[in-house]
Design a protein around this ligand. Sequence first.
Ligand SMILES: [Zn+2]
Length: 101
Amino acid sequence: MRSDEDALVELARDRLSKGRLPVGSPQRIWGGPGNGAVCALCEQVVTRLDIEFEVEFEVQFALAAPGSRTLHFHRRCHAIWDAERRPRFDRALHLRVSRGA
Ligand SMILES: [Zn+2]
């Protein structure tokens, strides 16, 4: 049987490849108790009982959608997104360097 975690990893990969989650490194990250924001990965509300990670991006790394410079994640969803986006971001940087741009 597949775990929740596997499903979230697949969701993260899908969103990253479709550009629905950012690949770039956040400019700032805050952690704290949730305040009712919707998680950018699993789309469930981050309640006060959960730890929320709030991440803010530089404009060039943010999604095009308005208001998307700041995203909210559950602690676990943040860890999954971060683990999935890093190799993609490294590849993107490497491509940029090897093209001499
Ligand atoms: Zn979540």
